[in-house]
Design a binder for this molecule. Structure first.
Ligand code: AMP
Length: 253
């Protein structure tokens, strides 16, 4: 049985019981779980004595109210998946529990967070880093697992954990895709059937031999609204809008 905790103090009592001789793995999520999340959970269950998954749609990382309000909520199904995957604990807190300071305090980074998604989503990474710092402090895990699908986010979280001497090891895992190559995302649930087909062009073009500008042109001509396509070192990052949904992806080049 996956045990659900809404209150930080209740979880902390459980955490004390686990002690330091057993290992705890942590997978932070915003729910609407899919195979991408499951791959992180499976790894955590395999590598640790206990696994905790948090489900919290963090309002401070949304720069777009409509996106926040329409973020899919499938809590009952999510809990069923946690049971099936043998996750021991689910942390499912409220805003009041997480933001007792009402977001007066925040964690920010001054370089990478201004690029790529950060250049298009004001305040997004402040919200991400702040909630992940809170969660890592509360959960007190040995290892925390993050998807390379959000590669910029992973780099920023890893940098934060190092900069603040946090005890949890930050572990990246590969992007899980549909058979046709689309990176799985909770937001894909909001794509229409036609858009789901069109979306396949996005990863295909990112992986192509074209340069960043040519890819942008191709995407625009196919009806995507492009936020950016940018290659940094050996990775190409992209973000596009398709209908009401913003898609991000990155591939090794
Ligand atoms: P989210 O619920 O979207 O905030 O994501 C929670 C965690 O799952 C993050 O570390 C994401 O990078 C990871 N994740 C989301 N989609 C995928 C995917 N398709 N493959 C691998 N990891 C993913």
């Amino acid at each position: 049985m996956t045990k659900v905790f809404n209150k930080i103090s209740d979880w902390q009592k459980e955490r004390e019981k686990i002690g330091t001789n057993k290992t705890l793995g942590f997978v932070p999520t915003m729910g609407a779980l899919h195979e991408g999340h499951f791959s992180l959970m499976e790894k955590s269950v395999k590598e640790n004595d206990f696994t905790i998954v948090s489900i919290y749609v963090n309002p401070t990382q949304f720069n777009n109210k409509e996106d926040y309000e329409n973020y899919p909520d499938t809590f009952e199904d999510d809990l069923g998946a946690l049971e099936k995957l043998n996750a021991d604990y689910c942390f499912f807190p409220s805003y009041e529990e997480m933001y007792r300071d009402n977001y007066k305090y925040k964690v920010s980074e001054s370089e990478l967070s201004n690029k790529l998604c950060g250049a298009h989503r004001t305040g997004h990474f402040d919200g991400v880093l702040t909630i992940v710092m809170k969660l890592l402090n509360i959960v007190n895990a040995d290892k925390a697992y993050f998807g390379e699908k959000d590669y910029q986010q992973y780099l920023l979280i890893k940098g934060m954990a190092e900069a603040f001497f946090m005890r949890t090891e930050i572990i990246p895992l590969p992007t899980i895709r549909s058979e046709e190559g689309l990176a799985l995302s909770s937001r894909n649930k909001r794509l229409t059937e036609d858009e789901l087909v069109k979306a396949l062009e996005f990863p295909k073009l990112l992986k192509s031999e074209l340069n960043d500008d040519q890819i942008k042109e191709e995407l625009s001509s196919k009806g995507f609204v492009v936020d950016y396509v940018e290659s940094i070192e050996n990775r190409r990052f992209g973000a596009v809008h398709l209908g009401k949904v913003r898609l991000i992806d990155n591939v090794k080049i």
